[in-house]
Design a protein around this ligand. Structure first.
Ligand code: ADE
Ligand code: ZN
Length: 342
């Protein structure tokens, strides 16, 4: 299908689900690993590719946390943010909400000021590159209520420029969403949006809990909603967007292939789907690539890809003026004749 990649590349895009540490390019991970070989992250490109071949979600998370431990100071944070911004700019991605996990960095010994300083200078560099960045501070769920409390305190005390949302990541198995209700309640009272991961590695009950207990305004992944017709109906009726990350789900073994991904069922039920990368170099993903992969697997038309890009604008926490600007940029893109790639 000629033309899909060029079209998906040119489409002005928004990324709503990408983890800062998981966005580190392979050369950056190698450079950090060489500085700190004892962390167990390979210092050789071939070995790193092997390291990023995941048996399952738990295996992925172990690798992810090992890479996290390489990040030591404001310069490293700046390098990650500026690198992500350059990757996004090169793909015509105009705006991204980036998940940062302060508790993990604080636990690894990074002073809070170092983290904040790196985020601020990185965000300024992103603006120079034409990419606006916003932050989601998320709780690493596996570290329990203490992580919830400290993430909340850090978020509300520091409230850096660009902080828009509060999240919950890590494993879901044995890490019920409801345990984090007090922290989400306070974060929401303080004006942060609620965007927990749910239904990535467990069933629809976790998504219901994210909605009821955490007041989720968007769902990170939400993959398992497809097995619950009432939930599909609820998500569609209430226009709760899903941050779908198809390649991530394949690479952590949650779905066998993009073609088998429930994104088709989500769309058929009128759920607001957005496409995202999660941890792009770790999964060999790019934002453009997610649009291409889903278009090819589902036989989407150019207009349907435009709708997905518009969904991400609508589902973002940008203000209405900036949403309107982005929508008009998307509208100006030339559709391939006769309107699809077939
Ligand atoms: N942290 C980084 N990537 C994640 C994912 N896909 N799910 C949960 N936590 C994560
Ligand atoms: Zn994620």
């Amino acid at each position: 299908m000629p033309g899909i990649r060029a079209f998906a590349h040119a489409l002005p895009k928004v990324e709503l689900h990408v983890h800062l540490v998981g966005s580190a390019s392979l050369p950056t991970v190698l450079e950090l690993a060489r500085r700190r070989p004892s962390a167990g992250v390979p210092t050789d490109a071939r070995e790193l590719a092997e390291f990023f071949t995941f048996r399952d979600f738990a295996h992925f998370l172990t690798g992810y946390l090992a890479v996290t431990s390489l990040v030591r100071d404001r310069h490293d944070i700046h390098t990650l943010v500026a690198g992500l911004a350059a990757d996004l700019a090169a793909q015509n991605c105009r705006y991204a909400e980036v998940t940062v996990t302060p508790y993990n960095h604080l636990l690894d010994g990074m002073p809070g000021d170092e983290l904040l300083s790196g985020l601020e200078t990185g965000r300024a560099r992103a603006a120079e590159l034409g990419v606006e960045l916003a932050w989601c501070f998320d709780i690493p769920g596996e570290k329990g209520a203490k992580a919830g409390q400290e993430t909340l305190v850090f978020a509300l005390r520091e409230r850096p420029e660009g902080l828009v949302s509060f999240g919950l990541g890590g494993p879901e198995l044995g890490v019920g969403r409801a345990r984090f209700e007090p922290f989400f309640t306070r974060a929401r009272e303080a004006g942060l949006h609620s965007v927990p991961h749910a239904g990535e590695t467990t069933g629809p009950a976790t998504i219901w809990s994210a909605l009821h207990d955490l007041g989720a305004e968007r769902i990170g992944h939400g993959t398992s909603c497809a097995g619950d017709p009432a939930l599909l109906e609820h998500l569609a009726a209430h226009r709760i967007p899903l941050e779908v990350c198809p390649t991530s789900n394949v690479r952590t073994g949650q779905v066998p292939s993009i073609a088998a991904h429930p994104v088709r069922r989500m769309l058929d039920h009128g759920v607001v789907v957005t496409l995202n990368t999660d941890d792009p170099p770790m999964f060999g993903a790019t934002l453009t690539g997610e649009y291409v992969a889903v278009a090819e697997a589902l036989g989407l038309s150019a207009l349907e890809l435009v709708r997905l890009a518009e969904n991400a604008v609508d589902a973002s926490f940008l203000d209405e003026r900036r949403k309107a600007l982005l929508r008009s940029e998307i509208t100006q893109i030339t559709l391939p004749d006769p309107g699809n790639f077939a």
